[in-house]
Design a binder for this molecule. Structure first.
Ligand code: EPU
Length: 338
């Protein structure tokens, strides 16, 4: 049975490495653990916060309430048919380890999402994505445990309402569910996706096989080169979403800035590379107090040591203000803020 711990330090539980503590903290290894916490008089009525790998989280200060650290284990083949393998994983499984395990079993599909920090249960919440693939592409269904009742509910792909770095769990269902298990549908005749330039180049340069495992290795190599390892320097991955703008605004910006990096979207809008916008404003490698924008990728905010949530907020606002002034584009922070 899980234990309720008071005044628990959270610095090691968030990859940005911000120092803060939780009024109450519990490790959740099963639905029964969650029900036990919900029934405990000491925490009745307090706000609940679900924590995965803490890799997309900014701690604004100490957390007044209960932090539920999801550690639900398990990986299994649920079933297979002629077209696909259906593979389930506990919400607390490490995402990258799970991806590597699927590849070792010979199931392709998730290779482009290698080395993304965090847990399996957190992956659908913000529909993690990289190198032309999003988790929704291989998602089948998940089991949510209600944070207020004893209910468990299945969410299929449709009810998750996935979009770019978004799902129903960041919108109307935010704060209501703990994700216990996720099932992925991994097609047997999947084709590798290497349209993203960096990956195609890496396959060639490193002479990697054009297989799911080869693509996984290419992604790992590229990510290791470009993105800071949270174990070495605190960060929460991309700190801003790539903003979506209208075709009209894109055309105007492109006239003024011919080198603008943008991706045409199916609905006619354009997604701008926020890293490029921030870089142009001179923030790449620049610091403000103990935090800064990473020297090799201006989209990643890094903690050079000892940062508080207020330091992170100050840099976020400074970057947003500069990009707004120079390009007239509003940047939205990607991480969840407690
Ligand atoms: N760029 C610059 N300067 C910079 C950073 C980027 O000019 O400092 C330019 C690059 O040259 C490139 C473009 O901006 O032309 C895009 O950069 P990159 O390929 O590094 O990708 P991104 O758009 O910055 C997104 C995701 C990443 C994901 C990569 C690869 C978002 C918010 N971020 O980054 O996801 O790994 O694509 O697919 O969509 C994350 O969400 O935490 C994350 C790391």
């Amino acid at each position: 049975m899980t234990e309720l711990l008071s005044g628990f330090p959270l610095q090691a539980c968030n990859t940005l490495g911000v120092r803060a503590s939780a009024q109450w903290f519990a490790r959740i290894r099963s639905h029964a653990d969650l029900l036990a916490v919900l029934a405990d008089d000491r925490v009745a009525g307090l706000p609940l916060y679900v924590l995965g790998g803490g890799s997309n989280l900014v701690l604004g200060g100490d957390v007044a309430g209960v932090v539920l650290k999801v550690e639900i284990p398990g990986r299994r083949l649920v079933r297979e048919d002629d077209e696909a393998w259906y593979v389930a994983a506990g919400g607390g499984e490490n995402w990258h380890d799970f991806v590597q395990w699927t590849l070792a079993q010979g199931y392709g599909g998730l290779e482009n999402l290698s080395l993304i920090p965090g847990t399996v249960g957190a992956a659908p919440v913000q529909n993690i994505g990289a190198y032309g693939v999003e988790v929704q592409d291989c998602f089948f269904e998940l089991t949510g445990y209600s944070l207020s009742t004893k209910e468990t509910r299945r969410f299929d792909k449709h009810t998750c309402r996935f979009s770019y770095r978004d799902s129903v769990f960041k919108q109307e269902e935010a704060g209501r569910w703990l994700i216990g298990e996720v099932v992925f549908r991994l097609p047997k005749r999947a084709e590798i996706r290497t349209t993203y330039g960096d990956i195609e180049r890496e396959l060639e340069v490193s002479a990697l096989p054009r297989t799911p495992a080869g693509v996984a290795q290419a992604v790992i190599n590229v990510r290791r080169r470009k993105l800071p390892d949270p174990a070495v320097i605190g960060n929460a991955g991309s700190f801003f979403k790539n903003p979506l703008v209208s075709a009209a605004l894109f055309e105007q910006l492109q006239l003024e800035h011919p080198a603008l990096v943008a991706y045409h979207q199916a609905d006619g809008s354009y997604k701008l590379a926020a890293g490029w916008l921030i870089d142009q404003c001179g923030w790449k490698g620049r610091r403000l107090g103990p935090v800064g924008m990473y020297e090799k990728q201006a989209l990643v905010l890094v903690n050079h040591g000892g940062a508080t949530g207020a330091d992170v907020a100050a840099l976020m606002q400074a970057v947003q203000a500069d990009v707004q002034e120079r390009f007239g584009v509003a940047l939205e922070a990607e991480p969840v803020w407690w």
